[in-house]
Design a protein around this ligand. Sequence first.
Ligand code: ACO
Length: 497
Amino acid sequence: MSSTDDTVPDRSFLKKNEDSSSLSVRAWVRRDALPCKRSHSCEVLTSPTDSSVALRAKDLVHAVQSGTGVRTLCYDSGYLNTIMAKSSITFIDGERGVMRYRGIPIEQLAEQSSFLETAFLLIFGDLPSQTQLEQFSKLVADHSFLHTDICDYMRSFRYDAHPMGIFISSMAALATTISAGDLQHLDKHIYRILGQASTLAANAYRHRIGRAFNEPRSDLGYTENFLYMLDRLSEDDYRPHPAIVRALDVLWIVHADHELNCSTACMRHLMSARVDPYTAIGGAASALFGPSHGGAAEAVVRQLERIQTVDKIEPFLDRVKAKEERLFGFGHRVYKSFDPRARILKEQVEKILELIGVEEPLFLVAKELERRALQDQYFRSRRLYPNVDFYSGVIYRALGFPTDFYPLLFAIPRIAGWLAHCREAQLAERELDLREHTHVIRPAQVYVGAAPRPFVPLHSGNRPPYQERDIECYRTRLSTRRRLGLLSGARLEERIE
Ligand code: ACO
């Protein structure tokens, strides 16, 4: 787009409408790119803290379309340039490594707040008063007890089931024990979900180690109660160490929200279909489980275990640069200078290792790996820096959590963020802009499949042969292998006939 002389000066292609005090502007489609005779009014969305501007896709598309006559859509498979919501929860400036919850810098919250206070801030918009925080903490604690059916359901998983699988399924199963469909009572669902999430996670852990579930305790703080449910054996007066409680609080504060990351976008996506929040949280947690997202801490530690010693870092980095593998815990879609959360966590590792008094060789490997990667042209030119997961896994390991439990330690705090987005979307729909927020999120696709073709009946003799990969897939099942022996693809087809 440009002004009428077809040049594109910085933001001068945007002009405020004289008759409007709103942010509405006129935009012109650049003539040398696409022929367009008319100008179009495009509403511009701006942020008070961000210099970038965003045009509504439908205005932009309309401008191009009416100039060219061609039906126009935007193709953005990874949402690299797509805004899906207006939000006032978390602000991130990836260039400068800035992150704020509701305007408050993450460093200050990590230093001075607690997880539950931060969750209140994210969900309800402001820091609570003393009374509000006490009420909120009590409501969350009172809702931390599970229905016995859910406990029985959790016990029915295999002893070695991944705890994240148990957690995701049990979270969705909560919808079956609670009248969950009614979004009018979202605040009550918020207390329940926050309260029960930590109990579900603790039970998933206890199930893995074959111990009875501990009942939650309403008189303990949120992270304290979680550690209590994990670790109490038979003591009446077991209390987790306050320094470990504090460390977990810090970890959970920095993980509580991160604007529209993959799982939060998934949460918004699901809520747009009006699904109940328990099922939606199960879906968002599934997105978080992936190694490119919340599963990264687990992947980092498994990677560090493979590297094992400092002398194996160089060959490992060579494989990364040859694109044979990824350096987990490095790189971020948004942060292109540093991830402020990674800085906070690096300090925490030092504190925890000192407290626990153990040598953690993986921490030395992690520090050296970071140092070498930051000096390497491959990582520098792509602006790849340690992200929050680079050190969180090392902390979890130092605290003695099993590796496959890390994604849960990420999911519990992130639930605060998912609930904040869920509430924000619901409020926006009710009060602010009904037109915009009632859309079910439903992107489009470019169809690249087969041209129209007729169905070929199975016994006509004209159906193309099986593709080899289908057979391979079938053969990998061990029982099938035993029953069919090592038949070749052709003989297998005969047997199936
Ligand atoms: N290791 C090696 N190369 C990388 C890495 C990495 N960790 N991350 C990005 N690159 C390279 C890519 O290969 C690509 O190189 P190219 O330009 O030669 O093709 C370039 O950097 C850009 O990478 P993209 O994948 O386009 O970057 P994107 O923003 O889509 O990816 C992501 C971000 C998924 C986080 C990526 O950096 C990654 O996979 N990191 C490792 C996994 C990880 O740590 N995830 C946790 C993220 S934080 C969180 O979710 C809480």
